[in-house]
Write a protein that binds this ligand. Sequence first.
Ligand SMILES: *[C@@H]1O[C@H](CO)[C@@H](O)[C@H](O)[C@H]1NC(C)=O
Length: 442
Amino acid sequence: MTDFSTIYKLSLVAAFCFTQACSSSCPVLECWFVQEKAGRRGGLTTATSQEKSLLYIRADAHSHSGDSQQAPSDINPDRVYFVHDPAATLCHRSLNAPEGSIEKPHCEINPFFPHPSSLKWVAPLTDSALSPTYLQADWFSTAFQGLNGQLVLSSIMRAPTATKEHNVILSVTSKTVSVQSRLGEPVLLDCGFWADPSSPLSNSGFAVEWRYQFRGDGRLVLAYDGRTDRLADTQEEGATLDFEGLHKKGNASLILQEAKVRHTGMYICTVYLPYLVAQVAVELEIVEPPSLSIHPSPLPLVVPGQTLTVHCEASGFAPLSLDLSWEFKGADGKSRPLGTGSVTGHRQAWDGTYSQSTRLELDTTALDLGRGGEVTCVAVHLGGTRRASVTLNIIGFSTPSIEDSMAMVGVALVLYGLIKFISWTFIGSGSEEADKQDKKIN
Ligand SMILES: *[C@@H]1O[C@H](CO)[C@@H](O)[C@H](O)[C@H]1NC(C)=O
């Protein structure tokens, strides 16, 4: 049993190595090194400086891929760093732009100052005074955005003072950078972290926090104290974590059991180690297309010249933006637009979804609707286009159509032909019969 699980683990490691580190080469990343300008602190706005920098990433402790390469001339040699990332998180393919591509992954580095946190669920991590000498080093915080919105990543790196050999100590990633969900469905917002097991900081526990932000409004979703394995705070019903996956694999994904309109917004996943913190932000949008209803339905019969009012109500949709219009399909099978009608303002329901309606005045003579056809209400929404139709019947024409005239001529011809045929048959057959009788006699 143990043998089997060891083999299993080894093969997993090999597979991981094959897919993550060995086959995909680790990138050389161009980053903006951003820091506050010295001597300008205390002002209302903090001035920052930006410098181009270069990060040579490697997953393997021994290889030094960057040594042989020449850094571009527009980069200050002091801003060239060698980053060792044992988990190979920074070797994700979305950070490796194809040769000559215009789109590049985004990357920013800032100096980082380790500090204890006073948050209730983080403070216990620094209760016992930890190796402060370990903290005396050059620390950086980095933020990456992969190509095509595949990944957001934030890492804390440490280099012994005055060296440029950094080690990744903590990484937080998300692969669901932008999530869309229908109403009422379960939602998973991905967040995972890795902490260097050889760091003295990774043995005294961690904390995870999810925050929500929308248009300047922010609140805590949940906070988890990994040291005591306890949810320190939850402010969102139905929000939870996979606690087993969290401890075993660093899976800090947020699970929302049932998507609601008010869940639309930005979610920030923050992971704390003692003195360290890293976070990534993901976006959630709840998108629900409208349900349409037309009334009156069915439509009453109309006579030419009559004006009919038709309403179409779109309800239960989110977000707000919606385009309502009308179409008509006549006997010829061709659709043509009838415009938007009079669109009302929107209303918001208790569940946050919206409704809006439009009223169409169907003037049967002005619009040239013939004998009628299909009247359709069309709603174009981010969640999809929805249609609802009713049948329009116009009775009692004032003038017959060409088809009607043709039909009348046709009927007249047939009748004429029939009379002709009958009279000919009777008269003709009478004489034939007479002929036969004549023959018998002979
Ligand atoms: C993290 O946990 C969630 C919920 O159990 C699961 O659906 C998801 O696949 C996990 N992610 C990873 C990367 O294992």
